[in-house]
Design a protein around this ligand. Sequence first.
Ligand SMILES: CNC(=O)c1c(C)[nH]c(/C=C2\C(=O)Nc3ccc(Cl)cc32)c1C
Length: 290
Amino acid sequence: MDNYENLDVIGQGSFGLIRKVRRKSDGRILVRKEIDYSKMSEKEKKQLVSEVNILRELRHPNIVRYYERFVDRPGSRIFIVMEWCEGGDLAGIIKQCKKENKRIPEDVVWNLLTQLLLALQECHHGGTSFNSSSGDGKTTTTSHPTILHRDIKPDNVFLDGAQNVKLGDFGLSRIIANPDVDFAKTFVGTPFYMSPELVSETSYNTKSDIWALGCLIYELCALEPPFQAKTQAGLTQKIQQGRIDPLPSQYSSELMATIKAMLNVNYMKRPSTTEFLKLHRIRMCIKERA
Ligand SMILES: CNC(=O)c1c(C)[nH]c(/C=C2\C(=O)Nc3ccc(Cl)cc32)c1C
């Protein structure tokens, strides 16, 4: 723990605070998520261990990098050291745009969408060595079991100093062994981004992350979430209807069509990350970044 010099507290993550720190050995700036687990239930503690194990597994340029963790048992605290994202989170970007009455340019939106699809591709279908059988005798190989993020929102997407997007805060994420048949059973994420299958209490699956990503990309353009209401019942009704207001006229019909595909109320009709990454416009973004 004393390998790090404490700097400012810069945010509140799930169950704790986020502090900027300087690593004494090389002066590198990192962040440390500090979580007090003294008031957590056994289930929440298990979820916390799962978050750390998930982060340790994931190594991708568009997912916040995990460095190490410390447990302070007497103080019932766990500290997770992760990469510094000097651009802050997308919630701050959206707030700034609203304040200055500015819109995010379409090519920036496509670039953010592309990087988040690559991050989700790693979570949902990542790597090359984990074998999972989908029950029909076929096996697929990935480096880890399917990981559902389950809380994609502007507060959990960060920017580094070089316009790279970093999906963060896997505090609510879940591992499922078999994406074709397994679902996560409970959900505690952000109400605005809840998918129809969730509000109708079926179950959360990889396509529910795609729905939340669609809500996030819509909000980057409209600076408002696609579904809003004063009551949970009103919000549930709007989500299940799936009707969204048109985007501001500066955005193309191609971008709107991509958002609508992510916000298809039938999760089976929502394309997967792999299918979205085949879109011409997305492939162009990947090429530009290569
Ligand atoms: C106003 N916000 C900030 O200044 C800010 C900045 C510059 N970085 C962050 C947050 C993180 C950051 O920089 N790296 C992170 C890794 C994981 C998680 Cl959950 C959060 C962060 C924040 C909240």
